[in-house]
Design a protein around this ligand. Structure first.
Ligand code: XMP
Length: 324
């Protein structure tokens, strides 16, 4: 840990020198560990001259915006702006079913909203925002240099590269030499709550790629409620930290069910839980039958619009982690 403390001191000094005594910095936060650690480091270095922006795209997990506000603003004292842009994202996604198109729309809308909100943040002394924080880790650096393969071409992982050119911002990447476990360690030392430090990764396009087919507010709600129950049970059974990533996907397929003496005809939830070290390959997680039974019955009983629950028993490869 002393080396990490050393790293923090060195990095804070480096940031202060780079930014100087007056310039201001903005950065997007997602509620994940990387962006939170980056934001907290900026806060330690330059205080309120760092402005964090959280764009609620309407595709986040349940209660996400409230949780992010509580943790970053109230808890860590980070200067935070929360933007509710759900309508904007969802209206752009109307009628779109192709996964790659969804990713592009969500990525572009994010950049658009972030730039608009960023431009509204005016430093007190009338100066302009000069820097953009990015939570780039070492593996991302490697990937962008040497990796023209799978993750680029199979799925376009959304990034904020376009932001730089449009806003003419200079880049700060305090985590660019660190691996994920080092970022977690850093987070702990910076006082970031354990729950956030050990959070499963969540894709930028969020529930947008977990509702298969067209993404509508009603579909997002079903996927979100089912996901919430699944994760809640995973936590309650003490399994969260054994699993690398878990979520519910909504399949737009109607299936017949029976509730009481009523025939129902509703959609299908697919649960996915994986174990992996690098997300390039992954095994599906082996739950006990009783656990799956409980989750399944809760989802069908508590979430309107679901007639059937399935568990995904496909490894990566050949399947990817996400369904889209
Ligand atoms: P796949 O589905 O490619 O997922 O096996 C591997 C990891 O990447 C995440 N993922 C994404 N993350 N934008 C992101 O920020 C994306 O478009 C995206 N697609 C997949 C996925 O959640 C998993 O952790």
């Amino acid at each position: 840990n002393w080396t990490m403390k050393n790293f923090i001191d060195t990095e804070i000094t480096r940031i202060r020198t780079l930014v100087g005594p007056t310039a201001e910095v903005i950065g997007a936060v997602s509620g994940g560990v990387d962006s939170t650690v980056g934001a907290k480091l900026m806060k330690e270095a330059i205080g309120d001259r760092f402005h964090a922006i959280f764009v609620d795209n309407g595709l986040m997990r349940k209660n996400e915006a409230v949780t992010v506000k509580k943790t970053l603003d109230d808890g860590l004292g980070i200067n935070l702006t929360v933007v509710d842009a759900a309508d904007e994202f969802l209206s752009k996604l109307k009628g779109i079913t192709d996964p790659e198109k969804k990713r592009k729309i969500i990525g572009n809308t994010f950049i658009h909203v972030f730039e608009r909100v960023g431009a509204e943040i005016k430093p007190k002394d009338g100066s302009e925002i000069e820097y953009l924080l990015q939570g780039t880790l070492y593996p991302d650096v490697i990937e962008s240099i040497s990796f023209k393969g799978p993750s680029q071409t199979i799925k376009t992982h959304h990034n904020v590269g376009g932001l730089l050119e449009d806003m003419k911002l200079k880049l700060i990447e305090p985590l660019r030499e660190l691996f994920k476990d080092e970022v977690r360690n850093l987070g702990k030392i910076l006082g970031i709550p354990d729950e956030l430090v050990w959070r499963h990764p969540f894709p930028g396009p969020g529930i947008g790629i977990r509702v298969l087919g067209e993404v509508t507010p009603a579909q997002v709600k079903i996927a979100r409620e089912a996901d919430y129950i699944f994760i809640e049970e995973i936590r309650a059974h003490g399994l969260y930290n054994n699993i690398s990533q878990a979520f519910a996907a909504l399949l737009p397929v109607k299936s017949v069910g029976v509730v009481g003496d009523q025939r129902t005809y509703e959609q299908v939830i697919a649960l996915r839980a994986i174990e992996t070290t690098d997300f390039m390959t992954a095994d599906w997680y082996v739950f006990e039958a009783a656990f799956l039974k409980k989750v399944s019955s809760r989802i069908v009983n508590e979430v309107d619009g679901v007639a059937r629950v399935t568990y995904d028993i496909t490894s990566k490869p050949p399947a990817t982690v996400e369904w889209e």
